[in-house]
Write a protein that binds this ligand. Structure first.
Ligand code: URA
Length: 431
């Protein structure tokens, strides 16, 4: 069929067939479908939407546009998790070894920092020697040997997504649920797991600001993953304030290690337990998520999850001594405290803004600059906490001198008032 006719059908609100969608995606990747044609189809999808079947056909075509990792030689139900991105999100560092320590294989492909959000690959690479660029053979062999591996997703994973995303970014078509679903899920499907837990975040620091939009995305991910024949659950979690206290790379690894030792901030622990419980259930280690919760707590408190993390770090060349001596993690040459100007209660935290500032301190990938593993922000106060004038709200860290302007911006990110409730981390599940 002519590409013109594929676009016309979608513009007129008709359904495209699987073959038409495949032809469009493959043609675009090969350079046979022009960018203006793809842009017109994406705009039509943005306005008309896609049926569940169309969303699945698009996802499948995008997943198959590149290398599909074959995990079939690994025994058991392979489980993966994905977060839609946030500030201070170190959950993967905890849940991958946690779930693997119960015998459920976890083969996780992960990304790098993007915009105001951090990347698990950058965080783990702050551990001296830790290597994330594993070959497929190393990745699979490691999961067989120790039960888990975390590798950075290479360029040949769902290349159609990269090309389509760049076009969506230029044509104001990012905010379309079926396009977001196919973008996220195509990369996950190419990673080869049998079951997925999606951590769909909402709030100021999330991709989806409103809970109802996050829920719609979670529902789309769940319906489409089921059409792909996968087991799936989505968790809705708050990004109305950073997760935990640490934002950056080494600082987040130190906080994740605290959680793996049975401590750490309550919100991080609670979210890690909720996500692990679903992964343990989908992976067949427990008979229901409630049992998964007790199991996850037990694995954290007994040190089993920490031992699995030690194996993971060792297998990927990292210095395992950081687990016992976190000060071996990269430390910054500059630190600056952010004193509060008034007494009161923290009412809200401009989370997205803090993510961007952490990036400016060197924790993210702004421009071509290298990531500074020691850069970041350590919060001392969260929403609902009492603060006295002059008391520190946060500590900024970097290997370059810290601008007074950044300190002022961090101070302005905290709204201080009279009364505020602590924010819950979980807002529900979709399955
Ligand atoms: N994250 C993705 O990977 N893709 C989108 O389209 C949006 C967020």
């Amino acid at each position: 069929m002519l590409v013109y006719e594929i676009i016309r059908k979608k513009l007129d609100g008709e359904e495209n067939t699987a073959e038409e969608i495949r032809q469009l995606v493959d043609g675009f990747v090969r350079g046979e479908v022009a960018a203006e044609q793809m842009a017109a189809w994406l705009a039509a999808v943005y306005i008309r939407g896609l049926s569940d079947d169309e969303t699945w056909w698009l996802t499948e075509a995008m997943a198959k546009s590149g290398r599909m990792i074959d995990l079939s030689s690994i025994e058991g139900i392979k489980v993966d998790k994905h977060s839609t991105g946030g500030v201070g999100d170190k959950v993967s560092v905890v849940v991958v070894p946690l779930v693997a320590s119960a015998g459920v294989p976890v083969a996780k492909l992960t990304g790098r920092a993007l915009g105001h959000t951090g990347g698990t690959a950058d965080k783990l690479e702050s551990i001296p020697g830790m290597r994330l660029n594993l070959s497929e053979e190393e990745f699979v062999t490691q999961v067989k040997r120790i039960g888990c591996a975390i590798a950075v997703a290479t360029e040949d994973i769902a290349p159609a997504d990269k090309k389509i995303y760049a076009l969506r970014d230029k044509t104001a078509t990012i905010a379309s649920i079926p396009l977001i679903v196919s973008s996220i899920l195509s990369k996950k499907l190419a990673g080869g797991a049998d079951a997925f837990v999606f951590d769909v975040k909402f709030g100021d620091g999330a991709f989806m600001r409103r809970l109802e939009d996050a829920r719609a995305l979670a529902e789309g991910l769940v319906r489409t993953a089921k059409l792909a024949g996968k087991k799936v659950v989505a968790v809705l979690s708050s990004m109305e304030q950073p997760l935990g206290y640490a934002i950056g790379n080494a600082v987040e690894i130190a906080e994740a290690i605290d959680v793996l030792k049975g401590g750490g901030p309550t919100d991080v622990r609670e979210l890690c337990i909720a996500i692990s419980a679903q992964m343990l259930w989908l992976g067949g280690a427990v008979t229901n998520p409630e049992e998964g919760q007790s199991k996850a707590r037990e694995l954290l408190d007994s040190g089993m999850a920490l031992e699995k993390f030690r194996q993971l770090v060792a297998a990927q060349g990292g210095d395992t001594k950081v687990l016992d001596e976190p000060l071996r993690l990269p430390q910054p040459s500059h630190k600056a405290e952010v004193p509060a100007e008034q007494t009161g209660v923290v009412m809200s935290i401009a989370t997205r803004q803090l993510g961007l500032i952490a990036g400016q301190l060197g924790a993210g990938r702004l421009g071509a600059a290298e990531v500074d593993p020691a850069a970041g922000i350590v919060l001392l106060k969260k929403v609902g906490d009492q603060v006295e004038a002059g008391e520190s709200l946060a500590i900024l860290q970097s290997n370059k001198p810290i601008d007074n302007e950044l300190i002022a911006k961090v101070r302005a990110s905290f709204a201080i008032g009279e009364v505020a409730q602590k924010l819950p981390i979980l807002a529900g599940f979709v399955q």
